[in-house]
Design a protein around this ligand. Structure first.
Ligand SMILES: [Zn+2]
Length: 493
């Protein structure tokens, strides 16, 4: 109870101080919803919207880890993508054994949470849905069209029409459809932009700079493999762009016509096939061609996506770039075991971060609806209910052990035993105490906060824990030391 009331209070607190997603009319906003296994992506501009895949399959076998899927909360955490950062890419592995996953073991019915994103999705799409693009017939990319009764001016379909499931085909029967085998002659990757229907319905309207949509591969002739037939679409605005890739595979990339290949370069990339390793969906060569600054992965737990190898591929790629963001967790699967890593590479997954929002504008800022961030919940509580706790300071770069030792020759790195073995304490030359939290071989700086439950206030505490205790000695302080717990967005300042 204490836990949830604090979350609530802090949520309000942070909402006041965080600048919200820019909802200006002239901006091109993109949302990748946390739909579980599947893709549910929408773009909106000037009161109009387009959907690029809307589907999911059931939450399934990885139900053990399913409880942290709380749908889309109202909490926004921002990650600004730093370009030309001189900081080296840092990643730190986290041994899965060391912490408990949020929500703990399955505790029963979480269906309500899982349904939340549908409302958010429809809200975001709004009443002026111009077009629905479906990358390929698989249910995890198309099921929501019927389920949410999406009624666009036009459907643009990748892959073979006959392979779409019957409920979907029934739903769109008699509607405006482009791109299937039925009208292959009128729409393919090379001529889509000339098609009158495409020009009318797949273009936003407004004044000034208007986002454009390009089809790079549609595979309307179909090879029969639904994934490889995935449509690849690019949305551009103000010299910024996003590449939306369905479940494209290695061979799909070859279908992009030569005269359209230059369009592959994009600032934002939705990693194909939920980060699956299958058939080289994501490979070194294509990353070198796209040169993304930010990568998003929409995945659920059903098929153990994203793959550890794909994450590794992305980290290798980011090693060669200078795009960075503040440290955050990413989850991946290795041999079907969920593992997590903390990194400052701009890779975000719906598993860890819920719904992902980005504006095609500079600087690129990712807003996430949920944080997956184990935080040491070190709490001191006095009899008046005033609590002090340590929290990660995500604005800091990783510090390695040697650098930490070198910060000052007089500094000592200590096991701060009262607060658990993961927390380190250091005194810098200005005799200011600092705290670090250990992630594998890396350390992150922490900040102290004080929360007064009665007053409902939260403040950053600039003194040390020992001073804080001294200050309050006459108030009979009770010291609690707890093991790691998950605290949602509490880490964000
Ligand atoms: Zn899929």
């Amino acid at each position: 109870m204490i836990y949830s009331s604090r979350i609530l209070k802090l949520s309000t607190f942070f909402l006041i101080f965080l600048s919200h997603v820019n909802l200006g009319f002239s901006s091109c906003e993109i949302a990748i919803f946390d739909c579980g296994q599947g893709n549910a992506i929408a773009v909106r501009f000037n009161g109009q919207s387009m959907v690029f895949d809307a589907g999911r399959t059931a939450y399934a076998s990885f139900v053990k880890y399913d409880d942290d899927r709380r749908g889309d909360s109202e909490i926004n955490t921002q990650y600004i993508i730093t370009e030309n950062s001189t900081h080296p890419l840092k990643t730190a592995s986290v041994d899965q054994e060391k912490f408990t996953l949020p929500g703990g073991p399955v505790s029963g019915n979480t269906t309500a949470y899982k349904e939340l994103f549908k409302t958010k999705f429809k809200e975001f799409v709004g009443p002026r849905l111009k077009s629905v693009f479906i990358s390929h017939p698989d249910k995890d990319h198309s099921s929501l069209v019927k389920e949410l009764d999406l009624q666009p001016d036009i459907y643009v379909l990748g892959g073979m029409f006959d392979l779409y499931k019957k409920p979907f085909r029934d739903h769109i029967d008699g509607k405006n459809i482009l791109g299937t085998t039925q009208d292959y002659d009128t729409l393919n990757s090379s001529n889509a932009y000339k098609n009158q229907q495409f020009k009318t319905h797949c273009k936003f309207t407004g004044t000034g700079s208007i986002p454009t949509v390009d089809i790079l591969s549609i595979n309307a002739n179909g090879k029969g493999d639904t994934n490889a037939d995935s449509m690849i679409v690019k949305v551009s605005h103000n010299n910024r762009s996003i590449l939306i890739t369905g479940d494209a595979e290695g061979e799909t990339w070859n279908d992009v016509p030569n005269d359209r290949r230059a369009l592959l370069q994009s600032d934002v990339l939705i990693i194909p096939h939920h980060g699956s390793l299958t058939n080289e969906s994501t490979n070194e060569e294509i990353l070198a061609e796209i040169r993304p600054k930010v990568c998003f992965i929409s995945a659920g737990f059903q098929y153990a996506h994203p793959s550890f190898k794909v994450i590794n591929l992305l980290l290798d790629y980011y090693d060669t770039t200078q795009y960075r963001t503040t440290p955050h967790y990413i989850t991946f699967f290795e041999n079907k075991i969920r593992k997590a890593m903390i990194t400052n590479a701009p890779i975000f997954t719906t598993i860890d971060n819920g719904a992902l929002f980005i504006n095609l504008s500079a600087p690129l800022t990712v807003n996430v609806s949920r944080d997956f961030s184990p935080t040491p919940d070190i709490t001191l509580i006095d009899k008046n209910g005033v609590r002090l706790f340590l929290s990660l300071d995500p604005s800091n770069e990783f510090v390695d052990l040697n650098r930490l030792k070198q910060l000052d020759s007089k500094s000592k790195l200590l096991h701060d035993t009262p607060f658990g073995r993961e927390v380190y304490w250091i005194m810098d030359s200005g005799s200011k105490e600092q705290y670090y939290y250990k992630f594998g071989d890396a350390f992150l700086k922490m900040k102290l906060f004080e929360e007064n439950e009665e007053e409902g206030t939260v403040q950053v505490w600039n003194k040390s824990i020992t001073e804080w205790i001294k200050d309050r000695q006459n108030k009979k302080i009770k010291v609690y030391t707890e093991t790691l717990r998950f605290l949602g967005t509490i880490t964000e300042l």
